[in-house]
Design a binder for this molecule. Structure first.
Ligand code: HEM
Length: 186
């Protein structure tokens, strides 16, 4: 994956846990001398090792790290670093999710070696879609859930996600039923 992904994992961990914990995590991952350059490609293994090491050092399930990272990616990394790309994705959550199948095509114009996931989206009811997530990478569904939660926060709606189908054991991809409504006014 592009270095921007590993850099964003680093930002999340440094911000939430401090430099010392980050150094512990990167050494545990065997990456103490690695410098992440946003526009360079790194083996996927590097990102997986960081998540596994963070999970061990912080004593949290890997899914929890991936979920936090999904939210962070939308609300911090994408919003601050790639704001125009994100804004072009849609004016509300429904529009954004309907446009998601094409989203990384625009990202690929800037990052030509991108190996993006594939999404398919069908409307089930107003404010409810079924989202299919296909990837040659495994184990990232908690990241996708965090991304959708981050998008919900960005568009100021309350999101419910049901993980209807999980990839693995003969099932080739994940399916999420995503519903949302306005946040209660206080
Ligand atoms: C401006 C915003 C975004 C940028 C710049 C971006 C860019 C990237 C990059 C560079 C990767 C790593 C893949 C590689 O390097 O080959 C990636 C992976 C991924 N992106 Fe995005 N992305 C953005 C927003 C989103 C959003 C909003 C979603 C979904 C809701 C999403 C879903 C994913 C997933 C699930 C992966 C993991 C790879 C996989 O499953 O195979 N991204 N993206």
């Amino acid at each position: 994956m592009y270095g921007m992904v590993n850099k964003a994992v680093q930002d999340l961990l440094v911000t939430n846990h401090g430099e010392d914990v980050w150094h512990k995590i990167r050494s545990k991952a065997g990456l103490q001398d690695e410098v992440f350059i946003s526009t360079e490609s790194y083996p996927d293994e590097v990102t997986y090792k960081l998540v596994v090491a963070a999970s061990e050092v912080l004593d949290l399930p890997a899914e929890s790290i991936l979920n936090q990272f999904g939210r962070w990616w939308v609300l911090k990394t994408a919003k601050h670093g790639y704001g125009q790309l994100l804004a072009a994705g849609g004016r509300d959550l429904g529009e954004f999710l309907q446009n998601l199948p094409n989203f990384h095509t625009r990202v690929s114009m800037v990052f030509s070696a991108l190996q993006p996931p594939e999404f398919r989206c069908t409307e089930v009811a107003p404010r409810q879609v079924r989202l299919h997530y296909l990837s040659h990478r495994r184990g990232l569904s908690a990241f996708v859930i965090g991304l959708i939660e981050g998008l919900g926060e960005m568009f100021s709606v309350a999101v419910q996600i049901v993980h209807e189908q999980k990839a693995g054991d003969g099932v080739d991809h994940d399916v999420f039923l995503v519903s949302w409504n306005d946040l209660p006014t206080s």
